[in-house]
Design a protein around this ligand. Structure first.
Ligand code: GRF
Length: 212
């Protein structure tokens, strides 16, 4: 059984995509064992509670030093026997201890085709605002392994979404979520759970078959 710890900050539609993939049998031998939020008011917490999943809020403002929060988050995931962490709309940078302890076992979903429109400051609606300003014809989403820099680790899956005439940042954001994020995030978790992702430097090899 793969125990997934999901980190959230917002509405939790990506968390919902994971929960749906588990309940409809797309993700086998997986469960979300805890949901961690950086914000008390995150709608994702309501989704988690509805699904009977233990939640915990780690708010930066209640810690004098960030390394202490990093340690507590790490302990929380260990206590819940988490073996894969998924950042699903999580808006903060995660700590170095967590990255070390869960090296090669943290996935993030980002709403652009990395390396475009990513990095520090590119969160929420901003990648879509910038993509439209730039005039790209294609945007999309990326699932990647997490390294210390924002949006920097080896790429697992990407899916392109066409920009349409008259798109606003909001319409593009919604289409990228529906057509790309909610599709490739569960898919990447499935590949991870089947042991089919091999990190080789900057590249991720996807094995055809589950290793025996
Ligand atoms: C998504 O576009 C995610 O990629 C971004 O925040 C948005 C909202 O995510 N980082 P969610 O509804 O909270 O999953």
């Amino acid at each position: 059984m793969l125990n997934i710890g999901v980190m959230v900050s917002g509405g939790g539609t990506n968390l919902q995509a994971i929960l749906d993939a588990i309940s409809n049998g797309v993700l086998l031998n997986c469960r979300v064992s805890t949901v961690v939020s950086s914000k008390e008011a995150a709608g994702a917490l309501i989704r988690a509670e509805k699904a009977g999943i233990p939640t915990k809020v780690f708010s930066r403002s209640s810690y004098s030093e960030s390394w202490k929060m990093d340690e507590d988050i790490c302990r929380h995931f260990k206590d819940h026997k988490v073996n894969l962490i998924v950042l699903a709309g999580f808006l903060s940078l995660i700590g170095s201890k967590l990255i070390q302890e869960y090296s090669g076992a943290i996935l993030n979903v980002h709403p652009s085709l990395i390396p475009a429109f990513c990095g520090k400051g590119y969160y929420g609606i901003i990648p879509h605002v910038k993509a439209l300003e730039y005039g790209v014809k294609l945007s999309g989403a990326t699932v990647h392994f997490v390294e210390p820099e924002y949006d920097s680790g080896p790429i697992v899956l990407q899916k392109a979404v066409a920009v349409q005439e008259g798109d606003t940042p909001e319409t593009l954001q919604l289409r990228v979520m529906k057509e790309a994020e909610w599709v490739i995030l569960p898919e990447a978790i499935k590949l991870f759970s089947e042991g089919r992702l091999k990190i080789k430097g900057r590249r991720v090899e996807i094995l055809e078959e589950k290793p025996v």
